[in-house]
Design a protein around this ligand. Sequence first.
Ligand code: ZN
Length: 204
Amino acid sequence: MIRHHPAEASLIACAAGTIPIAHAHVIRSHAARCPACAAGLRTAGDTGGALLDGLAPAPMAPDALARTLARLEATPVGSAPVAPAFDLAALASGRWRRVAPGIAIMKLLPRDATDSRLDLIRVAPGRALLSHGHTGPETTCVLTGAFADGTGIFAAGDCVEADAALDHTPCALPGEDCICLIATTHHLRAHSWLGRLVRPLLGM
Ligand SMILES: [Zn+2]
């Protein structure tokens, strides 16, 4: 059962395309598992469309209508996705890189112009990440397993949003590997000498 959802403001920003694409992918991955947030994304998209309707008309290219209609016709009706298709399986075809005992990372999207990146992280049951803080937002969707970090317990499907104020030591719970899709903006702040040593290796 999903217990943790993105903030409403994040759903609206995701629908409006005003957050970095890495964070949007994480929120949409959660929404693919969460009917409530999928509906929230659709409502936010519809609301944005209604707001656009209220704007003063602006001149458009002569073929704008024809091109828009052509794109609509190309979109299958009925099972309309809430998102531009995000194929995690296709994106996650890279290699796991072991970064510590029981911990591996797969880079999905490299750091972009917003200084955001998208990764998969896999943590063996009972293993903890090094204690760290953040210098920017982090959005996580748990894909398998579960972890706890002192602020809560997060299981498959849950979405966790953190900001620069969060310091935590996530630890995978017993059971299966905990695999998370994580978007981070800016860098992590390691609290230990070991963390400071490892952080450049991770690039995080
Ligand atoms: Zn949700």
